[in-house]
Design a protein around this ligand. Sequence first.
Ligand code: G3P
Ligand code: CA
Length: 341
Amino acid sequence: MAQRRRGTPIVIAHRGASGYLPEHTLAAYATAVFQGADFIEPDLVMTRDGQLIARHDNRLDATTDVARRPEFAHRRATREVDGQRLTGWFSEDFTLAEIRSLRAVERLPQLRPGNARFDGQFPVPVLEEILALRHALEGVVGRPIGVYPETKHPTHFRERGLPMEERLVQILHAHGLEDSQRVYLQSFEVTGLQRLRRLTRIPLIQLLAATGQPHDVAATGGTLTYAQMATSAGLHQIARYADGVGPDKSLLIPRDASGRLDSGRATAFVADAHRAGLAVHPYTFRAENGFLPANHRLGDDPAALGDLAGELAAFLALGIDGFFTDQPGLGAQIRDIARDP
Ligand code: G3P
Ligand code: CA
């Protein structure tokens, strides 16, 4: 099987090919691989019976039909999640069997009406199914396919007797997944990654938001911010437990006051991270005008595709090691052209 070329930025299918299909469905992951993704990205949350399922967050309302299911009406609840008071249906209140009766729906139906045509078609996948799909697809496409799970709300789940990291590592090891050709683990929280470091040699990625603090730091009264973590000193601290960072892309090139992207505003982030020995995988590259910098939009329709190539080329030129994208086919083409014009 062909190995991935060393030094080639990896294309990480953000929630699958989520520009084309409802996010976090097996169909979205498979489409991503056929489009050319190197990695598929499941965000993971837990069920009441301790299973790891793929959803962006533990509130199920925006990406499943749970709100339209009368048998679950009584499960609607209000609770604090990562410091925010939320009302809705939460994964930790459902068994896997109950989750399996739900169907995925498109999160952004206004922006992605084509995706919404698939509403009601696909179940919510459990991690083991995603790993089986990964293995099968690798055999079909004849190149390494990786999985890049993110632990969502790990402190929230641990406080409810649902520890994520131990279960996640147990499953990945049982599937023989340990090296960076085929797996990375990521989280916005710090203590969960440090716990993972003690459990496994799987490469770890510290996610960095543009603002704020990791939830686990805030919850214990800590003062460390993402801005501090993104400095040279902060990155050296991260390198003590992680192998790379997944920064909000604005930490690499902040847009100007009118929302334009200008490479001249690039920060030292990539060089600083590389000096600390960390890989850099920024998020999230999306092709619709509504997400693009003002000078890379093509027309006024926020749902129409704009100049993703122009935006992504500016980041590839900084020497990033990979990137998260909702349109992995476009991402792979742009990456390949940048490498071999
Ligand atoms: O994990 C990288 C990126 O996906 C982080 O943002 O909110 O889409 O999980 P989110
Ligand atoms: Ca994610």
